[in-house]
Design a protein around this ligand. Structure first.
Ligand code: PEP
Length: 246
């Protein structure tokens, strides 16, 4: 059975003063699911000192190379050295802002796992894709292209994040989430066999305390990737509570 996980994505938010939110999340016991906060890289080291292993911390991107002349980039080993155990890869904002392709995401996932990190690989359709009836086709292609051959399934998490639901307050229906998660589960099984049943499938896109329980009740949803509602401990912990109490 897949592990259950609530992951927060702080995106480009957070200064030192906001680390109190990390401390508050880490101080709350969360029986029944894993808790992860993906912080800006500048906060990881201080965040790790506060979290003391009670929650996991992650980065939001890494370079596919281990080191080299890549000004401004950060390697998976650097994230691990700063206290990260996970890294988000292929978020739609990275795909849009930095023209990241599936092949680039797959290379980053390989690099992340090579450095011992869990790769949280994101995929999801645009509104245009959905309106054109291409959601399953698009997501299947992203799955095929963004998850590398030879991936370590024990250190893989997938996050289904419809682009049109991120930061918009809109969410797919429960039936739409179930359809995509079912297709992802089947796609993983077809490619990797029975062991793929243990890969957590997260839903992401406008998850809030008010809709989390309904989303977590959808078949094949093992948790959530949460953006805006992860910035404040009280909101984030309410979402964690909805999964832990499921
Ligand atoms: C995200 O950034 O991955 C996300 C899902 O954002 P939000 O929860 O704000 O829609």
């Amino acid at each position: 059975m897949a592990r259950r996980l609530v992951a927060g994505n702080w995106k480009m938010h957070g200064l030192g003063a906001d680390l109190a939110e990390v401390a508050a999340v880490a101080a709350a016991p969360a029986a029944g699911c894993e808790v992860l906060l993906c912080l800006p890289a500048t906060l990881l080291h201080r965040g790790a000192a506060l979290a003391q292993g009670r929650i996991a911390l992650g980065g939001q991107d890494c370079h596919r190379a281990g080191q080299g002349a890549h000004t401004g980039d950060i390697s998976a080993a650097m994230l691990a050295d700063a206290g990260a155990t996970h890294v988000i890869l292929g978020h739609s904002e990275r795909r849009a802002d930095h023209a990241e392709t599936d092949a680039m995401v797959a290379a980053k996932a390989q690099a992340a796992q090579g450095a011992g990190l869990v790769a949280v690989v994101c995929l999801g359709e645009t509104l245009g894709d959905r309106d054109a009836g291409r959601t399953l086709e698009v997501v299947a292609a992203q799955l095929a292209g963004s998850v590398p051959e030879g991936v370590d399934l024990a250190r893989l998490v997938l996050a289904y994040e419809p682009v049109w639901a991120i930061g918009t307050g809109r969410t797919p229906t429960e039936a739409q989430i179930a359809e995509v998660h079912g297709a992802l589960r089947a796609g993983l099984a077809a490619r990797f066999g029975a062991a793929a049943a243990d890969v957590p499938l997260l839903y992401g896109g406008s998850v809030k305390p008010g809709n989390a329980a309904a989303i977590f009740a959808v078949p094949d949803v093992d948790g959530a990737l949460v953006g805006g509602a992860s910035l404040k401990a009280a909101e984030f912990l309410a979402i964690v509570g909805a999964l832990a109490g499921r």
